[in-house]
Write a protein that binds this ligand. Structure first.
Ligand SMILES: [Cu+2]
Length: 248
C-alpha cells in the first residue's frame, strides 16, 4: 500500500485468498483553509485549517460505508493533513491490521474503537459487521467534525443575549444571537450564509438535525444488503421498542 499526492494506491495480493475481506473501503484525510464566503483556499496556511475532509469532502457530503451484516470489513485511510486524527467507530471494535510497514500479524493485534493516525501515516482497520444500524464513524477531534466557522467570537455560553439582540436588531435587522446553550443550537438554525459557505454543522437524520460536519460519516449495516452492493439503504428502520424515549 502507498499514498500518492492526491490518490490512494492499493496493491492487491497475487493470491486473492490472502487477507481476504468482504468489504474494502479506502479514503484519504486532508484539510483546507477556506474562509467562509471565499472560493480560494489559502495555500500558505501551515496549521490553522478550517475544513477537515475525507477525499476532499465533508459531512453530509461523504458517502456512508454500507455493509451487509456478517461481513468482514476493512477500512484503509491515509493522513495527508498536517495534524493527527483519532479515527473512531461506534458499535463495533476493530483491529489495526495494516500499517505503512505492512500487515500486522494476528498475535500482535488488540481490540480498539479509536486509532490515531499521525501525519503521513496510513492504517488499515478490520472488524466484523455484527450489529445492524447506522453507526457513527468519525475523527474524534471535536472541531474536525465541524465545517469552517469564524474564530474571532467571544464565548457566549450562559449569556442572556435577548436584550442585547433586541438592541442590535434595530441597527442590523438580520442579527442572530449565537451559542447561548453551546454550539448545538447552530445545527438546527437556518442561518443565512454568504455564497460558497458550508454551514458549520449540518445533516438531517431520522431524529432531526445531526449537527455534524467535516470528518464524519456513518457505517450502515443491514441484514438484507446484497453481497457487494454498496448502494445507500437509507436510514435504519428501528424495530418496534428499539428507540429510547423520555419516561414521563
Ligand atoms: Cu481529525
Amino acid at each position: 500500500m502507498a499514498m500518492g499526492m492526491m490518490g490512494f494506491w492499493v496493491t492487491h495480493p497475487k493470491n486473492p485468498e490472502l487477507h481476504k475481506v468482504d468489504r474494502d473501503f479506502v479514503f484519504l484525510l486532508n484539510s483546507y483553509d477556506i474562509e467562509p464566503g471565499s472560493s480560494t483556499p489559502k495555500v500558505n496556511t501551515m496549521l490553522d485549517f478550517n475544513l477537515w475532509t475525507w477525499n476532499s469532502r465533508v459531512f453530509p457530503g461523504i458517502d456512508s460505508l454500507v455493509c451487509r451484516q456478517g461481513d468482514r470489513v476493512r477500512i484503509r485511510f491515509g493522513n495527508l493533513s498536517m495534524t493527527n486524527h483519532p479515527i473512531h467507530i461506534h458499535g463495533h471494535e476493530f483491529e489495526v491490521t495494516g500499517t505503512d510497514g505492512g500487515w500486522v500479524p494476528p498475535s500482535a493485534r488488540w481490540p480498539e474503537v479509536t486509532t490515531d493516525v499521525a501525519v503521513g501515516q496510513m492504517r488499515a482497520i478490520e472488524f466484523d459487521a455484527t450489529d445492524v444500524g447506522d453507526w457513527a464513524f468519525h475523527c474524534h477531534k471535536g472541531h474536525h467534525t465541524m465545517n469552517a466557522m469564524g474564530h474571532g467570537v467571544p464565548t457566549m455560553i450562559g449569556v442572556d443575549q435577548r436584550k442585547i439582540a433586541e438592541k442590535i436588531i434595530r441597527i442590523i435587522p438580520d442579527y442572530m444571537a449565537m451559542g447561548e446553550k453551546g454550539m448545538a443550537d447552530m445545527g438546527a438554525m437556518e442561518m443565512p450564509l454568504p455564497d460558497n459557505t458550508l454551514p458549520m454543522m449540518s445533516g438531517n437524520g431520522p431524529f432531526g438535525p445531526i449537527e455534524m460536519g467535516g470528518m464524519f460519516t456513518t457505517v450502515k449495516i443491514r441484514k438484507d444488503q446484497k453481497p457487494g452492493d454498496y448502494k445507500d439503504p437509507g436510514w435504519y428502520k428501528h424495530p418496534k421498542g428499539g428507540v429510547a424515549y423520555e419516561l414521563k
